[in-house]
Write a protein that binds this ligand. Structure first.
Ligand code: COA
Length: 259
C-alpha cells in the first residue's frame, strides 16, 4: 500500500516506520504524503490509542528533508514546500488528538528533528544525534523548527543549535529536555510501547482534550487558560467522564468507552 513507510497495528498502538534506509529515511514529497495518509488513518481508527513514529534501520530516524528534491527550487517553490509540508505533516501531527510518540533511533536532522518535535513527545536511543543543519545549506528550518525548538529547549540553546548547524548527542538532548528518555537502541521501541500502554489506560477523549489545551499554550492569539476551561467543561459531557468518576467511587478500574 505504501512505498516509503511501513505501518503495523498491535494492541492499540499503530507504529509508523519511515522506510528509506538507503537515504537515511530522508523525507521526499511522496514520503510526506504517505505519512499524512498513515497518520490520518491511525487518528481516525478508534482501535488506535497511541501512534509511534520511528525510522527503519539502525542509523537514522530521519536525516532531513530530501535535499535532492529542492536543490533547484525558486523562491515561490521554496515557500510552497514549507507551507505544504507543515499542513500535511508537521502541524497535522502536532494537532492530532491521538498521542504521537517519536522514537528517535539515530540521526534526527532538519526535517527529521522537526518531525520528532511535532510529535507530542520524544524518546531516543543512545546513538541518537539531533540538529537543524539547514543554515549549512543556505536555508533555514522550514517545517516548524525555528518555532518548536525554542519552545522545547529555550531561545538561547535553540539559537546556538540553529546558527552552528551542529548536532547534539542523546545525553545533551536529554539534558536540554528535547527527549524525555534515552535508552539502548534495542530498548527503544519496548520503552515506547511501555509508555503507550500507560497512556492507553486513560480516557482517550480526555487525552485528546489535554493535547488541544496544551497546544493552545503555543498558539498565537489564543488564550490557553480559556482553552483549558472550555476543554475541561466539555469533558463533563463525555461517557468517559461518567465512567471514570463512577469507577473511582465504586472502587474499581475504569473501562473507558472512548466517547
Ligand atoms: N536528503 C537526501 N539524501 C540524503 C539526506 C537528505 N537529507 N541525508 C542522507 N541522504 C542520503 C545520502 O545522499 C546518501 O545517499 P547515496 O548513498 O545515494 O549517496 C545516503 O543517504 C547515506 O548518507 P551518507 O551521507 O552517505 O551517510 P553518512 O553516514 O556519511 O552521513 C549524515 C550521515 C546524516 C551526516 C549525512 O547524510 C548528512 O549530512 N545528511 C544531510 C543532513 C541534512 O543536512 N539534513 C537537513 C536537510 S534540510
Amino acid at each position: 500500500m505504501y512505498t516509503n513507510i511501513l505501518t503495523a497495528k498491535n494492541n492499540g498502538i499503530t507504529t509508523i516506520t519511515i522506510n528509506r534506509p538507503s537515504k537515511l529515511n530522508a523525507l521526499n514529497k511522496e514520503t510526506i504524503q504517505e505519512l499524512h495518509t498513515a497518520f490520518k488513518t491511525a487518528n481516525e481508527d478508534v482501535a488506535t490509542k497511541v501512534i509511534i513514529i520511528t525510522g527503519s534501520g539502525e542509523k537514522a530516524f530521519v536525516a532531513g528533508a530530501d535535499i535532492s528534491e529542492f536543490a533547484d527550487f525558486s523562491v515561490e517553490e521554496g515557500g510552497k514546500l514549507a507551507a505544504q509540508g507543515q499542513a500535511l505533516l508537521f502541524d497535522f501531527v502536532a494537532n492530532l488528538s491521538t498521542p504521537v510518540i517519536a522514537a528517535v533511533n539515530g540521526f534526527a536532522l532538519g526535517g527529521g528533528l522537526e518531525l520528532a518535535m511535532a510529535a507530542h513527545f520524544r524518546i531516543a536511543s543512545d546513538n541518537a544525534r539531533m540538529g537543524l543543519p539547514e543554515v549549512s545549506l543556505g536555508v533555514i528550518p522550514g517545517y516548524g523548527g525555528t518555532q518548536r525548538l525554542p519552545q522545547l529547549i529555550g531561545k538561547g540553546r535553540a539559537m546556538e543549535l540553529v546558527m552552528t548547524a551542529e548536532m547534539i548527542d542523546a545525553a545533551t538532548a536529554l539534558q536540554y529536555g528535547l527527549t524525555n528518555h534515552v535508552v539502548a537502541q534495542e530498548e527503544l521501541i519496548p520503552l515506547a510501547e511501555k509508555i503507550a500502554s500507560k497512556i492507553m489506560k486513560n480516557s482517550s477523549v480526555a487525552i485528546g482534550a489535554a493535547i488541544r489545551a496544551v497546544n493552545a499554550c503555543f498558539e498565537d492569539g489564543v488564550n490557553g487558560f480559556e482553552a483549558e476551561i472550555n476543554e475541561f467543561g466539555n469533558c463533563f459531557g463525555t461517557e468517559d467522564f461518567k465512567e471514570g468518576t463512577t469507577a473511582f467511587l465504586e472502587k474499581r478500574k475504569a473501562v473507558f468507552p472512548g466517547k
